[in-house]
Ligand binder design. Structure first.
Ligand code: FAD
Length: 286
């Protein structure tokens, strides 16, 4: 099923993200976790593609297994900056051959050594190409309520988001944020610029302190005082931090749904227990 049709129903949706293994030796454990999360029957599940500028040979396989084993619609991520056009199209053929109808089209991070292929510079080019060559695919893109790290300011970044929408993307998913007011302000600004596609809110349940250090160093995401107090108080108690992190994410989600942000995407980090607790916390709300 296409994600744009799921979102068009206007009901709250809860979806989860998993990431593929880097090594074949970890494939079985990642697949097990992904299928456990899929058994929670989310609205859809996304599978990331590489990280830090890499590619991934397992994304489509895991996405396909989620769909065929648990009948949960899958969203296969695809980045372009580290790939040739030939490679991108071979992955697109694989996606379609496995009956996957949704792709999240991304530029990808610039690798640390700066080495990129020459065929694509921006996600908008990939989106336009998918729209032209695979018109039956539902296309998603990334957006950044706090602005993308490389962007000079939010206004410029919103201009580039508009290019992605005009290139043919059907919905966008946000980077994580920990203060809902940032999203509400962003939604106001993008709607004002005529961007009307559905926006799915990306929520990260922070369940351990190393995750927070990584988040801050990579994306500069704003951490509200209320969130910092939780980390200060519970950061060195893993069980308490996990409970508090899940509670914080749950509160964020309830506030979003109460304010009619219906699409909720949880960065579940391959943790079935975290996904299950969040779903359970929302049992009467969804
Ligand atoms: P783009 O939309 O191309 O934007 C990149 C930068 O270029 C921005 O600063 C933008 O403002 C600027 N820009 C865009 N167009 C132009 C233009 N015409 N002229 C000048 N500047 C321009 N990474 C992975 O490796 N794998 C994943 O699976 C993955 N999944 C993600 C899922 C979500 C929901 C999000 C939010 C991010 C994900 N990422 C993933 C990270 C993403 O690849 C990085 O944030 C990357 O740096 C930007 O990708 P993009 O598709 O947003 O790029």
């Amino acid at each position: 099923m296409k994600i744009k049709d799921i979102l068009a129903k206007g009901q709250p949706t809860l979806s989860f993200e998993v990431f593929p293994p880097k090594e074949e030796s970890n494939f079985a454990s990642v697949e097990k976790a992904a299928l456990e999360i899929a058994k929670l029957n989310p609205s859809f599940m996304s599978v990331t593609y590489g990280a830090g500028g890499g590619t991934s040979q397992y994304t489509v396989q895991i996405a396909s297994d989620i769909q065929s084993t648990c009948q949960v619609p899958a969203l296969s991520h695809l980045t372009c900056v580290s790939s040739t056009r030939e490679k991108v199209h071979s992955v697109l053929r694989e996606i379609q051959a496995h009956g996957i109808e949704n792709v999240l089209a991304l530029r990808g991070d610039i690798p640390k050594d700066g080495k990129v292929e020459k065929d694509y510079q921006y996600a908008s080019q990939l989106i336009r190409e998918i729209r032209e060559t695979c018109p039956e695919l539902c296309i998603g893109a990334a957006c950044y309520p706090e602005g993308h790290v490389e962007s000079v300011n939010k206004t410029v970044d919103i201009g580039h988001l508009k290019e992605k929408v005009e290139a043919g993307c059907d919905f966008v998913t946000t980077q994580m944020f920990f203060d809902n007011n940032i999203l509400y302000n962003y939604l106001y600004r993008i709607r004002e610029k005529g961007i009307t596609v559905p926006v799915v809110a990306g929520i990260m349940p922070v369940t351990n302190i190393s995750q927070i250090k990584r988040i801050c160093s990579m994306s500069g995401t704003y951490l509200p005082a209320r969130f910092k107090a939780i980390v200060d108080r519970f950061g060195d108690n893993p069980a308490a931090m996990k409970q508090a992190g899940i509670a914080y994410a749950t509160e964020q989600i309830i506030d979003l749904i109460a304010n009619h942000v219906n699409g909720i995407h949880v960065y579940s980090m391959n943790k079935p227990d975290v996904a299950a607790q969040i779903k359970n916390n929302l049992s009467e709300i969804l």
